[in-house]
Design a protein around this ligand. Structure first.
Ligand SMILES: Cc1ncc(COP(=O)(O)O)c(C=O)c1O
Length: 317
């Protein structure tokens, strides 16, 4: 906190983020193997600007986080959407079949947003090996909730990048801190496209303390995972179809109850996301879990709203 206050007092000074790289103890990577970014959004932007140009192709498995397509298309490259397999499973064979000599970027959120699906490391390795001329970005924004990582596999796969964020488990979304990791050579290339002052000094001042406070992160993740388990159990009791998640949210199909459910929950002060406009997610809602108190409130409201909408529990408690 003191460092954060002091950084506000010295806002008039320039603070390049490079000086702070030494403080990062994320996955034991070398400072030369990472770039701090203004959130993962900027990491995606920098990769697209570095590797894509008009005529190139970007492969994006859908449904997924929207920014891959937005930044890829902004370069003039063709963004090719590859539908997920049944039950939103990662479509390894489809991705492999779509790799061409024009493929320069492949984006995978792992775990995925909004489905919570997880792509196996061995499948992502096959993809990286099959597309040596493409940058494969494995976006691990929800890593802390799932604990499996592709890092630091880039030492064997030079076209692999792994990104992390402080927006989710660390609860620092407004500060905008992301980390992009890859081989030293590739990271050096990315650095050329990145502004030297891309992180603000308040964010930089908070970063070492946030990293040092792993007990906070573990406690928060523990509460979120308990909340996810309880939410999934509750949905099973009501016979609601949902997709098993490795992240801090659950996607569920509510059919014609989708819109009224969202409205009723909002009335009760709980915001849940309508994902109907995402590929394959018609009438689906994504609910994020968090601290114990919020999770308990969520379940209480959910029961009330389901009952109010005329749903009946399918299994006796
Ligand atoms: C998969 C994924 N990547 C990245 C982000 C954005 O992260 P940041 O706040 O670090 O830009 C999100 C946010 O919803 C996300 O779901």
């Amino acid at each position: 906190m003191l460092k954060a206050r002091e950084s506000v007092r010295t806002l008039k000074e320039y603070h390049p983020p490079l000086g702070n790289r030494e403080g990062l103890r994320l996955v034991g990577v070398e400072p030369e193997e990472l770039l701090l970014t203004n959130g993962t959004d900027e990491a995606i932007h920098i990769i697209c600007e570095t590797y894509l140009e008009p005529g190139d192709e970007a492969l994006i498995v859908v449904p997924t986080f929207a920014m891959y397509e937005i930044y890829a298309a902004a370069t003039g490259a063709r963004a090719i959407s590859i539908p997920a397999a049944a039950d939103f499973k990662f479509p390894t064979e489809r991705v492999l079949a779509n790799i061409s000599k024009r493929t320069r970027f492949i984006a995978v959120a792992n775990p995925n947003n909004p489905t919570g699906a997880f792509a196996e490391i061995r499948d992502l390795t096959r993809i990286a090996e099959a597309a040596p001329d493409a940058a494969l970005l494995v976006d691990e924004a929800y890593f802390e909730f799932c604990s499996e990582t592709m890092a630091p596999k880039w030492r064997q796969l030079p076209n692999l990048f792994v990104s992390r964020t402080f927006s989710k488990a660390y609860g620092m979304a407004g500060l905008r801190i992301g980390v992009l990791m890859g081989t030293q050579d590739q990271v050096q290339m990315l650095r050329r496209a990145s502004s030297p002052y891309n992180l603000n000094s308040v964010a930089l001042a908070c970063l070492p303390d946030a990293l040092a406070d792993q007990s906070y992160v573990q406690d928060y993740v523990g509460q979120a995972l308990d909340g996810r388990r309880d939410l999934e159990n509750e949905l099973s009791l009501w016979g609601i179809h949902f997709w098993t998640s490795r992240a801090n949210f659950v996607l569920m199909h509510l059919g014609d109850k989708c819109k009224p459910f969202i409205n009723e929950m909002r009335e009760g002060g709980i915001l849940v996301r309508n994902r109907s406009s995402d590929y394959g997610c018609q009438d689906c809602v994504r609910i994020t879990v968090g601290i114990r108190e919020h999770n308990e409130r969520l379940l209480a409201s959910l029961r009330e709203v389901f009952a109010g909408l005329g749903l009946r529990e399918k299994v006796t408690r």
